[in-house]
Ligand binder design. Structure first.
Ligand SMILES: Nc1ncnc2c1ncn2[C@@H]1O[C@H](COP(=O)(O)OP(=O)(O)O)[C@@H](O)[C@H]1O
Ligand SMILES: [Mg+2]
Length: 377
């Protein structure tokens, strides 16, 4: 066999190379590259290793580090001097989606919380932008009918163009395709809508928007776990959900309700994002856990789901949104943006893992608690 440049492929060394690379552990989905199936091609030709990697999550912020790991690994093969690596991303298609698929959308991720004010919209916007920065095509649907906040947070005031077939063009904001009830009606109008009206308005927003070839559509769900939320969780073909919580106990109780709601309708929980987890003093840099520590981690353990990230309570996060320029676009090199991007990569990577079905998160996400029904425990 001969490679692209006419050099002979060393099959024995290529096998060694594949084995070595297959043992690399992905830091975002915690699987080996072999199990995840990320190695598309790995060949040794003379003193050169040629490696093509295809990830199922976008990782622009990680590929330099990954390339270094790969090259280091390849050089452990006797005689390899040069390493040529390519890293690509292909998003999965959520196989477990229930309901009618939405044209132009490969994966819908619902961002939910048990109650309002925990930073659900803040997290949705920044995670959507972070996913885009990592290299995905991303949309953002503001499904918070009673409190649409995306137009403000994204600094967009446009009204969507309605086409002949009554479909709407999404509003572009910082590279995201966005849609919000806030673009169409004023706040007071939506406030008086009752449950079924709100639900049908949302389904229209979802289905009548011309999403263009999205890897991910982030849906900022209405807060709470009532009828509207349950209906939406059922009707929207969600591939996975993300629960936003603050470390406060009361918020955690609400987060538990949100997790149970998704379990009830068989939507897998990708993980938890802890918001306002700690405060970093802008004068002295001291880290202060205002709402307590470890809440998100505890909740994640309890439900066998991942803690995707912890975001600090930080003045810049609020200020940037108030000014219509979210932190991820305003300060692309800040530690906060790095946190959002790492959280976004984990979210997409774990969704990929769930869609592939190669772990025990597959199937209805019902977890039997340890010691359940064991009276003497
Ligand atoms: N990590 C954070 N640091 C500082 N302010 C935040 C943070 N997260 C959210 N906020 C602010 O808290 C308020 C509520 O956040 P929002 O995202 O609108 O909550 P929700 O959508 O859950 O109701 C907003 O003013 C927002 O700017
Ligand atoms: Mg909100």
């Amino acid at each position: 066999m001969f490679g692209l440049l006419g050099k002979k492929i060393d099959t024995a060394k290529s096998t060694l190379l594949r084995t070595a690379l297959g043992g690399l552990i992905d830091p975002h989905n915690h699987q080996s590259f072999a199990v995840a199936g990320f190695i598309e091609r790995a060949e040794v030709l003379g003193d050169t290793a040629e490696i093509d990697v295809v990830l199922d999550y976008p990782a622009a912020g990680y590929d330099v580090e990954l390339t270094a790991h790969i090259e280091q690994t390849a050089r452990t093969i006797d005689g390899v001097k040069t390493v040529k690596t390519t890293i690509a991303f292909v998003s999965p298609i959520g196989s477990r989606q229930q309901g009618k698929p939405v044209p132009g959308v490969r994966n819908i991720i619902a961002v939910a919380s048990g109650k309002g004010g925990v930073g659900k919209s803040t997290t949705s916007v920044n995670l959507a932008l972070a996913l885009a920065a990592e290299g995905a095509r991303v949309g953002l649907l503001d499904a918070d009918i009673y409190g649409p906040s995306q137009p403000l947070m994204l600094g967009t005031k446009a009204t969507p163009t309605v086409r002949d077939d009554r479909s709407m063009q999404p509003i572009m904001a910082y590279g995201l395709q966005t849609m919000s009830i806030g673009y169409l009606v004023d706040d007071k109008q939506a406030m008086v809508w009752r449950g079924p009206m709100a639900t049908s308005a949302l389904m229209q927003l979802l289905n009548d928007t011309r999403w263009d070839d999205l890897d991910y559509l982030i849906v900022d769900m209405p807060p709470g776990t009532g009828d509207i939320q349950l209906t939406l969780a059922q009707k929207v073909p969600v591939a996975g959900s993300v629960i936003v919580t603050t470390p406060q106990d009361i918020a955690l109780l609400d987060a538990r309700k949100a997790i149970s709601m998704f379990e009830k309708v068989n939507v897998p929980v990708i993980g938890i994002v802890e918001n306002m987890a700690m405060h970093i003093c802008s004068n002295c840099g001291q880290v202060e856990p205002i709402f307590g520590t470890g809440g998100g981690q505890k909740l994640a353990h309890e439900y066998f789901v991942e803690l995707l990230g912890s975001l600090p309570l930080d003045l810049a996060i609020r200020r940037d949104l108030d000014e219509g320029k979210p932190t991820v676009v305003r300060s692309p090199d800040s530690p906060i943006t790095q946190s959002y991007r790492e959280t976004a990569r984990k979210m997409a990577a774990i969704l990929g893992r769930m869609v592939r079905g190669s772990d025990d998160l597959d199937g209805p996400n019902i977890i039997v608690e340890e010691g359940d029904g064991d009276a003497g425990d």
